[in-house]
Design a protein around this ligand. Structure first.
Ligand SMILES: [Ca+2]
Length: 242
């Protein structure tokens, strides 16, 4: 009997450990990458197959989320993607921090999520700045429409969390913890699982855009905290949700 209890405990412990490890399947704070082009590091790629001639976002240490380390910088005409294989269905989340430090009215920072083949008509699509229809707004696609859902402060870091339901083909978006989009439709329902993310901007003038602390995983990500008070990546779970 004691042996059965012991084995049950081991099994339960391993299941809990598996669940918590399975919840987050990608995170990147860019602190361990080399300064310079992000293309060619950690699986980050050119989007030439979609739109050729665009440059690489760069890893740099001058403007970062937190007190130290690196972040990605996006300048005009720079856009990159990262694919994930296998793709992830069901309920999935993405957390990312951005800082748009320029005030140019023609500039945007993209955040596109898709399944396998890169496409501008992606699944969840967020346009920070000009392409929202207002250079000060965060625009969230609801199908083909863009909703100006939040106002960002140039030069400040903001948190975006997208919670996607790939069975319902809809998503919620949160800006600095506030719900700004609920049950929004994908731009294209071709993207019925999470298999790539694309960031940067394919145009623009004098963009100073930054991204940092990307976390992707199963569930809605509500309990995931990316950065502790010292600025170090400290992913913690208030509860195991699987
Ligand atoms: Ca960082």
């Amino acid at each position: 009997m004691k042996r059965v209890l012991f084995l049950s405990f081991v099994l339960l412990s391993s299941m809990i450990a598996y669940s918590s490890q399975a919840a987050i399947w990608y995170s990147q704070n860019f602190d361990g990458l080399a300064v310079g082009d992000v293309i060619g590091q950690d699986g980050w790629e050119s989007i030439d197959s979609l739109t050729g001639g665009l440059g690489s976002l760069t890893v740099q240490s001058a403007v970062v989320h937190g007190s130290s380390g690196n972040a990605l910088k996006a300048e005009a005409g720079q856009e990159v993607s990262r694919h994930f294989d296998p793709v992830h269905g069901g309920k999935q989340f993405l957390i990312i921090y951005f800082n748009k430090a320029d005030n140019d009215a023609g500039n945007t920072l993209h955040l596109y999520l898709g399944k396998d083949v890169l496409a501008w008509p992606a699944g969840p699509v967020i346009r920070i700045g000009a392409q929202s229809g207002d250079p000060t707004k965060v625009g969230v696609h609801n199908g083909g429409d863009i909703v100006q859902a939040a106002t960002f402060v140039p030069g400040q870091w903001h948190k975006i969390r997208i919670a996607v339901d790939y069975d319902a083909l809809s998503y919620n978006a949160y800006f600095d913890g506030d719900l700004i989009a609920e049950g929004f439709a994908f731009r294209s329902n071709d993207h019925d699982a999470l298999g790539w993310v694309m960031i940067g901007f394919d145009s623009g003038t004098g963009i100073q855009g930054y991204y940092d602390d990307i976390i992707m995983g199963d569930g809605d990500g509500a309990d995931v905290t990316a950065v502790d008070s010292s600025g170090k990546l400290a992913t913690t779970w208030a509860s195991v949700k699987q």
